[in-house]
Design a protein around this ligand. Sequence first.
Ligand code: ADP
Length: 218
Amino acid sequence: MVVIGLGRFGSALARELVNRGTEVLGIDNRPKLVQSLVGQIPHVTTADSTDIEALRQLGVADFHRAVVAIGTDIQASILTTSLLSDLGIPDIWAKAISAQHSNILTRVGAHHVVAPEHDMGERVAHLLTGRILDYVEVDADFAVIKTKPPRDVVGVPLRESRLRSRWGVTVVAVKPQAAIGGQQPGFTHATPDTVLTYGDLILVVGAIDNVERFAATE
Ligand code: ADP
């Protein structure tokens, strides 16, 4: 995989991919930055990604997947994405810093656009309201949250707590309070027989409004 633009987002992404055993070619046009990443990303090089010849020489066309992690310089981001598309890369991911930027990236050939600042802002808003400890939106109207159970659902088997009819949510996994910080196993699947304790951590899925209403219940 090729990662172009090794700022905060791109370098974190590339390092994580390397740690997970993925072959990564990192490209940035700042020599000092590239130098500082040599020990962390085995294949990292200085090049201007708006130069198609430079991309060809690096063999970028042979990669199946590329990530354009240039945000601030919108022109370079768009040009790079369109060159990757010209080179026929089958799976192009690009980072956008605004809705307009995102639209243009799609038009010039990005197959997936991510907007980390925008998404993280929304996510933190959810973490700041109610008792939501983690929040992942899996579709426009569906989310998975990590939270603690409200008083009413503690001490009875899940099948009796009427989670679907009262809140429209489902508890899919539980990490018992005793396991938090301890050596015991973490999350395990919830079953209809699971009895929650106040202070357990639970993963709850459902429509966004429903999971939020559930997490706001004392
Ligand atoms: P972040 O917020 O993740 O740090 P930036 O947009 O600030 O994102 O950083 C993008 C990176 O992309 C920078 O390190 C910059 O040097 C690099 N970059 C910008 N233009 C080009 C280009 N034409 N070719 C290669 N790298 C580029």
